[in-house]
Design a protein around this ligand. Structure first.
Ligand SMILES: Nc1ncnc2c1ncn2[C@@H]1O[C@H](COP(=O)(O)OP(=O)(O)O)[C@@H](O)[C@H]1O
Ligand SMILES: [Mg+2]
Length: 207
């Protein structure tokens, strides 16, 4: 596959969307063929699934249903966008990808991680990220940033305990992954985090 996949991961409020969008604009300004896609979402069908997943009214959703909906959204994104754009040499910037399912559905909801990994592999096939950047911050900071949001979704509303399990999951998993970097965003401005992101991309020859 000639294109590249760069993924931003991390707990809610760590700055993924902010940094991923900034990187997308930076790449476009440089004249690169780039696209920004979010998970869940990124296609018409996947965005419909996203609505179900993030709707605060859907309190009764089972963890298995939730897991399968995330995978369904991802499967459609791969089929409609990622596979084709990689072939066309695009730099694909993803706001979350398969690691989020391991951490949220595995570490935080308690579903079997081996099983999650198997289904993830079934869905993503050879579309592995070339680089994953995990943004991290303390739970205090995360809460302050989430509070600034205009719209609070079903996952934002989860308990501190849930977000702690997610954060611990990312901190454990990132050590096991190839091409995965962690940026501590605590007390750093958006611009400082962005500069650190560019440094990593430069080292990986992705700029
Ligand atoms: N390094 C940072 N310092 C201070 N505020 C930040 C930083 N990064 C992001 N924010 C702010 O925190 C909020 C959440 O950021 P967002 O990019 O939506 O996080 P995520 O996509 O990881 O949930 C936004 O209001 C954003 O402007
Ligand atoms: Mg976001």
């Amino acid at each position: 596959m000639p294109g590249k996949i760069i993924v931003f991961e991390g707990v809610e409020g760590t700055g993924k969307t902010t940094i991923a969008r900034k990187l997308f604009k930076y790449m476009i300004n440089k004249g690169k063929k780039a696209i920004f896609l979010r998970e869940p979402g990124g296609t018409e069908i996947s965005e419909k699934i996203r609505k179900i997943l993030l709707d605060c009214k859907n309190k009764n959703i089972s963890k298995k249903t939730e897991f399968l909906l995330y995978l369904a959204s991802r499967s459609q994104l791969i089929f409609e966008k990622i596979r084709k754009l990689l072939k066309k040499n695009y730099l694909i910037i993803l706001d979350r990808f398969y690691l989020a399912t391991i951490v949220y559905q595995g570490y935080a909801r308690g579903l079997d991680i081996k099983f999650i990994k198997a289904i993830n592999n079934f869905v993503i096939e050879d579309m592995k990220p070339h680089l994953t950047i995990i943004l991290d911050a303390s739970l205090d900071t995360i809460y302050k940033r989430i509070k600034k949001r205009k719209i609070i979704n079903r996952i934002d509303k989860e308990s501190v305990f849930f977000h702690k399990k997610v954060r611990d999951g990312y901190l454990k998993e990132y050590k096991k992954l190839k091409n995965c970097y962690l940026i501590n965003t605590e007390n750093k401005t958006v611009n400082q985090v962005f500069e650190m992101t560019l440094k990593i991309l430069n080292n990986k020859k992705l700029l």
